[in-house]
Ligand binder design. Structure first.
Ligand SMILES: [Zn+2]
Length: 382
């Protein structure tokens, strides 16, 4: 087990559904957790979900169009096929009148529904798309190394390739503006950093070196220095969040996407591919005791979208159909070049954390603290 709560007894927040499976959670005398208190203090006063800032969005759009004058594209958008990034593309074209290049990363795990959604949006809006196909042999080797390394952050192999692929491409092709579908509307609580550390290249490389068999020659990488300093200050890359300027009612956005483009909803948030489904639905809850539905549902409770009772009911249901899980497990093992039995033996190994490997988490956490001081990041990062 990990963290400070090893010897503490089980406790769940009386207001949201975060509990002691978050290793660093703190409760006050009323039994309310620090995520809820942080929401009251740092997020709620500034949270205006019904406020359209269309004038500001127009100004931003003007700036982006100006920077892109004489170029083929004025911005780039990473499209996963999920609701946030799909709606972002719609806003960028229809409301902001931008000419985005659509950037897609094929990690080898994408579900058909995601790929079809991407095609529908791109065709519906007559856009150009570039697909970066991650070298599968390197990807599978890194993924197997992460499993053998017994760490919690198995999705890092995909997440980092998606993140690094986009920013490396933007800088290389002199596209200054990167539009992101991240938004403050409903993501008030982040999964504990303990389980999902941010982009730490040193950590990934060390685990790969210890347990991998190949050299990562083409796998996209972008360390925190390259991203935060070099790209931002030397190349002038700008990351903008258009969804924060509009009323972002997710259900309404999904209906619009369906109506206008034939876009389809996924069965569960973030389950856009087989690997993520297995990781969030089985591996992380089973091996590390953390269910990512907790932070998603808790955010929805704080936003007033569902009640705590409704959330508890959802949590009683398994995140994942057991039969589907067995099929996915077999599929993932096969794709990584091992048998299902070998995979099960690896999963049954002793848990490790990022502290067991070379890492730059100290620096990343310091950066996160500075972001919180400056008010850029308002959620708990610890
Ligand atoms: Zn709470």
């Amino acid at each position: 087990m990990i963290g400070n709560n090893y010897l503490k007894k089980y406790q769940i927040c009386t207001r949201c559904v975060m509990d002691t499976s978050d290793p660093n959670i703190v409760f006050d005398e009323e039994g309310v957790c620090d995520h809820c208190r942080n929401f009251d203090l740092n997020i709620k006063p500034f949270w205006k979900p019904d406020e359209n800032r269309l004038e500001e969005l127009k100004e931003l759009a003007k700036e982006i169009r100006k920077a892109g004058r004489g170029r083929e594209y004025d911005c780039i958008i990473g499209l996963s096929g999920g609701a946030d990034s799909s709606y972002l593309v719609h806003i960028a074209v229809k409301k902001m009148k931008l000419r985005p290049l659509i950037f897609v990363v094929d990690t080898g795990w994408n579900l058909n529904v995601a790929v079809e959604n991407i095609e529908k949006i791109v065709k519906g809006l007559h856009l150009d798309m570039y697909t970066e196909v991650v070298n599968w042999k390197e990807m599978a080797d890194l993924q197997l190394a992460l499993f053998k390394g017994q760490v919690s952050f198995q999705d890092a192999a995909q997440d980092h390739a998606i993140f690094a692929g986009l920013y490396n491409y933007a800088v290389k092709h002199h596209i200054k503006y990167v539009l992101t579908g991240s938004n403050r509307s409903t993501e008030f609580i982040r999964p504990p950093l303990e389980f999902m550390p941010l982009n730490d290249v040193m950590l990934l490389k060390d685990i790969q070196k210890k347990y991998g068999k190949r050299k990562l020659k083409t796998y996209p990488m972008c360390g925190i220095f390259k991203y935060r300093l070099l790209y931002r200050y030397v190349y002038g890359m700008k990351r903008v969040y258009p969804l924060d300027y509009v009323v972002y009612d997710k259900a309404a956005a999904e209906d619009l996407l369906h109506r206008e483009y034939g876009w389809e909803r996924y069965e569960n948030k973030h389950y856009e591919n087989v690997f993520t489904r297995f990781y969030e639905g089985y591996y992380l809850p089973k091996k590390f005791g953390y269910d990512t539905r907790r932070n998603v549902l808790s955010s929805q409770i704080l936003a007033g979208m569902i009640t705590r009772e409704e959330a508890l009911k959802i949590l009683e249901q398994p995140a994942y159909d057991p039969e589907q899980m067995e099929l996915d497990k077999e599929d993932i093992a096969k794709k990584m070049g091992i048998t299902k039995e070998e995979f099960e033996t690896i999963i049954a190994g002793e848990n490790k954390t990022w502290r067991d490997y070379h890492n730059t988490m100290g620096l990343i956490l310091t950066g996160a603290k500075i972001s919180r001081k400056l008010g850029i990041e308002k959620r708990n990062l610890r």
